[in-house]
Every structure is written in structure tokens, then in C-alpha cells.
Design a protein around this ligand. Structure first.
Ligand code: 5GP
Ligand code: ZN
Length: 113
């Protein structure tokens, strides 16, 4: 599997991992778009949000819960932050492994696209 995020999850590609458990892993984005920019992924290779099955719906709930916890840890929970999932080409998804962006630490743009 030559998926970048699978390789980060397995430790084959080094990254600044700030959280991991048996199901999820979170690391700092290599090209941060805000002072805090974390990526939260499932270890399981799910190509995109579009391919999330009903059985995986609890996984996405956990991804959001962990993102909220990490926002507190990063000290941005009170001021506010943004969670984003890009899906597919027109949605701006570049890495084909489901991931949640956690952005914060500055006032974010008022537009979403
Ligand atoms: P997408 O556009 O697919 O929603 O976001 C992919 C994100 O992954 C981008 O923000 C990009 O900077 C980040 N990224 C791509 N390759 C790597 C990598 O090898 N390491 C880390 N830490 N982030 C990466
Ligand atoms: Zn993958």
C-alpha cells in the first residue's frame, strides 16, 4: 500500500504524532495552514468520506470527539476552531485516505470555498 497516510499510521513515514490509539491517529500537517493544523485519520484505509460505510459511522464520531479533545490540548478550544473534511477532487481532497483537518490559532477566513 503506497498510501501516505497508511504509511504515517504504520510509522514508515515519520510525522509529528500527537495522539494515537488502536483506531485513530493524529499528527501535525506538514504544510500548516494555521498556527494549529492537525490531521486526524482512522488507521483503516477508507479512501474518502464518500466511501464511509454505515458500519464506520461511529468512527467518524470518534474522530470528531478526539479532534475536540486535541483542540483543548492545543489551547484553542475557547477561542474557536474549524473541523473540515475534503472529499473527492472538487472537494479539494489531495490525499485519498479519509482525514479530518483541525484548524485554529488564528481567525479563520469566513468563506469555506
Ligand atoms: P487534503 O487536501 O487531502 O484534504 O489534505 C491533505 C493534507 O495532508 C494537506 O494539508 C497536506 O499538507 C497534508 N500532508 C500531505 N502529505 C503529508 C505528509 O507526508 N505528512 C504530513 N504530516 N502531512 C501531509
Ligand atoms: Zn491509507
Amino acid at each position: 500500500m503506497d498510501c501516505i497516510f497508511c504509511q504515517i499510521a504504520s510509522g514508515k513515514i515519520p510525522s509529528d504524532i500527537i495522539y494515537q490509539d488502536e483506531e485513530l491517529i493524529a499528527f501535525r500537517d506538514i504544510k500548516p495552514q494555521a498556527p494549529v493544523h492537525l490531521i486526524i485519520i482512522p488507521r483503516k484505509h477508507i479512501p474518502s468520506l464518500d466511501q464511509l460505510s454505515q458500519a464506520d459511522s461511529s468512527l467518524i464520531g470518534r474522530m470528531i470527539a478526539i479532534a475536540n479533545q486535541l483542540a483543548k490540548g492545543e489551547g484553542i478550544a475557547d477561542k474557536g476552531y474549524r473541523l473540515a473534511i475534503n472529499s473527492g477532487e472538487e472537494g479539494g481532497q489531495l490525499v485519498p485516505h479519509l482525514h479530518l483537518h483541525l484548524l485554529g490559532g488564528r481567525r479563520l477566513s469566513g468563506t469555506l470555498g
